[in-house]
Design a protein around this ligand. Sequence first.
Ligand SMILES: [Mg+2]
Length: 232
Amino acid sequence: MTTVPIDDPKVLRHILANTEALLLDFDGPVCSVFAGIPAHIVADQLRNVLSEGSHHDLPYEVATSADPFDVLKYAAALGTNEVRYVEATFRAYEVEAIATAKPTTGAHRLIRAWSLSRRPISIVSNNSAMAVISYLELHGLTSHVTQVSARDTSDIELLKPNSYLVDKAINMLNVVNTKATLLGDSTTDIEAGIIANVATIGFANKKGKVVTLTQSGATAVTTSIASLVDLL
Ligand SMILES: [Mg+2]
């Protein structure tokens, strides 16, 4: 088994130097979306939408999950209308959450520094495009980000770990995949990046993630976005 470098400045500097297009996952590397409106409250609201549609007996994992994406996935299994309603409600909460989303230390500096280096940067996110765009506007980052490749339909099959959003960003930025790097904090980011054949940097923003991101096959792992700015 190959070892994945963790917080290795030489490796990270090398990856970034060879990166033409930086693909940034949103929730995690850029900000904590649900810092002000906790994700479990949003998950509850999405369960309410299902319950209004007479879906009361949810599987235990869905009924107790604090992750709105789990409810969204379940809604997709129920049917087209269910996922449409749940996705629309989720989108509204995501946009509302942006006002109280907490920027990740160093993230805005990374975005500005990357744009100063005249290389393209895309936000590649399972969160709604509307929420990502609102965040960039709120923080004066719109002109620094080349493109947003995020959830814009209720077809959740297209979300990461599917490589669709990554492929879309690469196409929009007109770069070759081997010159792109996806920076994300979930194993689904790494999986999508591997399928899209881009380099991947796992952002371990919680203790256990060093292990999960390493095991999912990230090219390298960092525990700090701020430290990457100094490596550009
Ligand atoms: Mg994330």
